[in-house]
Structure formats: structure tokens, C-alpha cells
Design a protein around this ligand. Sequence first.
Ligand SMILES: [Zn+2]
Length: 794
Amino acid sequence: MYRSECSLFFVLLKLILIISAERVNLPDDDLYYFDPNKYVSSNNQYVQEVLRKYNQDPHYTNNNPLSAINQDLLNKLASTPDPRLIDSSNYPNQRNSRPRTNERVDVLNVGQGRHQNQNYGPPYNIDQNRNQYDVYPSASRGDPPRQYFENDPQYSLRDDELFKLLAQLDIRASQQCNINVRAQWDFETNVNDANQIRALEQQLAYSEFQRGVHNIVDKIDKWDIRDPALWRQLRYLSVVGPSVLPQDQLNRYNRLINDMLAIYNTATVCDLEDPLKCGLRLEDLNVIMARSRDWDELQHVWIEWHRRTGQKIKELFVQLVDLSNYAAQLNNFTDTSEYWMFPFEIYDFRNEMERAWDQIKPLYEQLHAYIRRKLRDLYGPEKISREAPLPAHILGNMWGQSWENILDITIPYPGKNFLDVTPEMLKQRYTPEAMYRIAEEFFVSMNMSAMPPDFWSKSIFDEIPGRPVICQPSAWDFCNGNDYRIKMCTHITMKDFITVHHEMAHIQYFLAYKRLPKVFRDGANPGFHEAISEAISLAVSNPKHMQTLGLVLTSIDDLPHNINFLFHLAMDKLTFLPFSLALDIWRWDIFSGYTRKERYNCHWWDLRERLSGVKPPVLRSEIDFDPGSKYHVPANLPYIGYYMGTILEFQIFRALCKAAGQYVENDSRKPLHKCDIYRSKEAGAILTRLMETGSSLPWQETLKLGIGESKLDASAVREYFRPLEEWLRNENLRTGEFVGWVYDGDYCKYSIETANLQVSGGYYNDATVFSISLSLIISSCLSTIFIHLKLSRS
Ligand SMILES: [Zn+2]
């Protein structure tokens, strides 16, 4: 469902590509950041011109004769083991190749001449001295960008040279990417040692290439660049994450992540009842968390998993924080939190994210109160009090991030089955290929792309006899403009039918931005790809669409079915939001130095309580390190993209439904959750507009072009779940529930003497920490190849 995660030291490679442009989306008239993209932002017509330029530019069609000097540079890049050894004197655009003068300010006619004696530095250094912010030309000062690009041949020439160089790098990047993705595909569709080693080799080679590109780009004097699209490309290519570290430090960084993930991946727990039954791994524990309704067993599993992972990871994580911050600083960020926020291009990012949660919280509180009652009914008032936060271990999930596993004890209308068209699909003799053909027709009906020939000949829709395949559903971009595939062991079920649409939406995204330079072939921000695919899932999964397809024969459009449908969705999506927000706020606070290591764990529980109304099952201390029990912490992978993507999903869905005439606010005949965008050309046009600019623009701009909104707006979440919210409110009134929660005692203390008091018994086996093997390394995958897995936020 969400973009795949890569494990181990390839995390740094992922970070290379997670990076996107500089921060923008500032309040009006804000001069704090120099951002050439504002020129783009201020003129949609210009956006279209830039796009046309890409579409027509011969650089991108491989026919353009490359200039000798740059070809030479590329050859060196290809043949030099360490790309840093490339002689920069060959490079015509190296720093200081042209004297910098104050004339530039005159030429640009910005700043009314009052800053002519200021020194210019790289734009991303300006954070270091806020007093100098306003020396930088800003779109708000009214410079028409096209005008001076065209009237200044000196700059045009320069931009042209750069365009050539970037075009060459771009072609090479696509080729390197293709080689790498093919190796990863070969491995995942035929798992054996030889393929594994080759996949790893190609991954490393690709990483080396990217580092080489970075080193070239680093030599370019970015201050001379006036073309916003060029500037943005260079900005993308100039931030490489931890790989900027000196080799010994980089090795240490990778080792720390390796060691933490080794602990995480090999942790095992013993059974509560049978102390000889040890070796329970996370996948076993997940089943217990999902199915057991035994308070003690759940508590045992929860405590043991956190003891076996988080506790052992803490000291390594403390070291990682320093090193990760050092790497961020080498990338010209103040710390890792700023680096992680960078691709979102929001000035006040944290507050913006919290504001979105504030919009949703009234709905969440109703759900929370209702669930607390149901759990109190089951476990008794002595364990669940009327006003307290919910204990984290009884929510059906190790991290309490999704509560859909406790639907059996919480469903509003038991006995009213969920919509499941699986029997009808079987009856109608659906095949895997038929499911993909129907999904394709869904997109084509909205005037979107049909799948290219390679898709049909090279995708894998089913298991292959005698060949071990990694079956997780994923969509693949082979970086060459014609090869796109899905890999999925498709079963004839409604769930898989929706997943097929989801994965094909990723392919639609790949196709929409395929003409952009490689560096922009990505979601508009790290949440966008999933947001669009999930919006499609919402559109497809509703009963109305299934009826249109002839898979629902009798109407089940009554209140109980509708409420159950919305409730099920809320138990996954809504509950996920405060968890994902807490996880990254917690890390931002650590990276920024706000939270010292004496407060790591207690700060986590403060956030969990404040945002989610969830508390630990037993008293915790700073000996514990509970967030370390979640994969993304030892892997050092940002998480906020999932949060933002989930909200965007509803925001985009609302816009699609309005455009399709399927949703009218306050019209009970057309509620948002029943919207079907099938055959709506208007909805298709919106999707295309959202996708075709890739990451070449700030995402707010993309959103504006697509749906006319330029901010994250969680009101769509409320609107979607409105019938459920009303139902929950009435239900909570009926039973006199307390809505909200009140802190009811200590959840976390610094000292071990005062904590862990309830932790007793337990049978501890010695989990062997294996050194990391190739298999572990290669079982990961990179965002570069856009593998999209179900449940990767898990
Ligand atoms: Zn996905």
C-alpha cells in the first residue's frame, strides 16, 4: 500500500532520493527564503511552458549531440572508481569560473539596489544568518522571469550549458536506474543467491553513480542559475543525505543502522503459558496481538517485544542521532529534523501538521470514546476506566497504529456483513488478468492512460511454479519510458481487486511524469504517490462502484452497512494518524536537541497520550526505549509522509468527487463515501494534472494546479466520515460516555527503581543477534525503483 522501505545501510540511498527542493510555501510577502521556484509558482502559464520544454527538448530524446567536454566528464564519471577524482578543471561551469559582480543585482533589478554589496552564497546556506534573508531576490518583488532569461544572453548561454550537462546526467541516470531496477526485479521474481548478489552489486553501483552526480553538481556555482527548473534540478541533486559523510563516518553510520536492525529483525519472545515455547518472532507476535483477547497474554507479548528490541537499541540510537545530525549539517541543514522536513517545503511544518490533526481530533475523540466503552465492556471497568487513555496493548496491533484487528469486538452492527464481492467474482470466473483489464478500463474510462505493451508482457500477476517470488504487491518503474510492471501474486478476492487498482494508479503516476528529467520523476512530495493510489482505492471499494461492475446484485445501501463500512476504514486510517504524527514529532524533537536522552522514552509517552489518548500497559522508564520497537526508528526512516499522504488522500478524493458531480456538500443523497469517479473525464483530468508535474514543482503548486487548493486540509477527512461521526456522537450520548481523555497517573519515569514495577515473570531466551547477511540486506528495496508494497508503514 505504501512505498517500500529499505533496510540497513541502503537507507542512505533512499534518503538521497527522498530529498527534493528547498523549503517554500511561506506566508505572503515572506522574504526569508530565496526560491526561484516562486517564479514558477507565480505563473501557471510558465509552468506549462517548462513542461512543454521538457516534452520537446531533444536532450531528453537522446538525439542531441553531446558537447565533447561534457561527454568527457561523463566518461570519466563512468570509469573513475571514485567519482570525486574527476578533475574539476575540465568542467566549464565550476565555481568562480565567472567573476561575481554586483552587476547581477543591477541586471535583475531586484532589491532596489540596497543590497548590492552583499555577498551571495548558496541559497541553502541562508539559514545560517537570518538577517541576510532579505538580500535574495524573491518572486514577490515582481521580476517577470521569462523576461530576463530571454534578454540576458549571458545567462541564457550559461543555462543552456547547464541544461546540456544535466540532460546528459539525466540520460545516464535513467540508464543506471534501469540496470539497477532490472537487477532488483530479477531478484524479487526469482529469489536465489546469484540474483541476490547481483541485485546488491547493482544497488551499490547505482549509489556510487548518484554520489558521483552529486560531486559534479557540487562544483556548479548555483548562484549563477536563473532558470527555476534548472535551479530546482540542481537543488535536488545537491543534497545526498548521509552519503556525504567521510568514509569512516559513513561506515559507522551504516554499522549503527545494521546493528539496530539486526536486533529488531532477530528479536524473539517466549510464550506466556509455555516457557519452553520460545522463538516467537514478530510475525507470530502480530498474530497474537491481532487475535488474542487475553489481557495478560497481550501485556506479556507487548512488554517482551519492547524489551527485546527498543531497550537494546537505545544506546545505538543515541550514537546515531549525533552522526545523523552531523550528516545533515554537511548537507547544509541545521539538523536531521530540518533535513527530513525539507522535501515538504513548508516553512512552519510542524505546526502545519499539528493543525491538520486538530481538524480531525473531534472525530477521533468520538471514536476513541466509543472504543473505550467496548473495551471496558470486555475487560472490565477495573482495567479500563471511563476517562483514561487506552492501554496500548489491547488495540490489536503491537504499536496501536491500526485498530482494525479488534473489529470483532467493536463493530457497530454485528451480523451486518461487510461488502465482499469475492464470491461473485469467483462465480463470474474472474481471472487475475481480467482484474488488471478491468482496472485499466477504470483509468481509461477517465481519459487516462492504457497500460503500455511491456506492462502486459512483462508483469507478473501470479506465482510462477518452481520459482520463489517475493509476493508483496508492487509497482515498478524501469526508468526507460516504456517498461512499467506490477508484481503481485493476485488472488481472486475483493481485497486484491482493490489492490490491483491501487498498484495500477502508481503506474499511472509513472506514466504521467515519464517525460520529466529523472530527478523529478517522483511524487510531488513523499506522501503523494500513496495519497493518489489510496484515493483510487477509496473510489473503487465503495458498493456503488461494485454495483456498476455487476459485482453487487442486491442493494445493501442501508445505515448499518454504511456505518460498518466507514467504521472499518476509520479503525485503520483514523487511528494511524496520531501514531504517525507522534513518531516523527518525537524524532524531530530529538534531532533538534529539544529532547535530551534522559527524556527519550517519557517524551514518547507524553506525545502518545496527548495526540492519541493511548498509554503504556505498564509503567515505563528511561531504561525502556519504546519507539525503538517500531521498524522505522532503527532504520532511521522518516514517517511523516504516511501521515500527510493519508490526509491528502481524502483531500484529493473530495476534489475528484466534486469534479465528477458525485459529491455535494450537505446533500445527504450524495455523501462523500459513496462517490464513484468511474467514467468521469473531469476526475481523470484532475488526476493527470496532479501527477504530470512529478516533483518538478513545490507540491502546494501541484495541488493548486490539480484541485485548486494549496494547503493540506484535513476537513475532507471529517466530511468523508461525517455519517460515522454523527452515529458515534449519538451512540456516546446514549451511553453517557466521556469524550476525550484525562491523564490518570504515571506512565513513564526516569528511574528504573520507580518503573517496571509491574513487569514480572516472563521467560527470557537468548536471542542470537546474527551479523547481517546479504539476505537481510537485499530483502530491502529502494524508493528509487518505486516499489510499492502493501503494509510497508507497518
Ligand atoms: Zn502503494
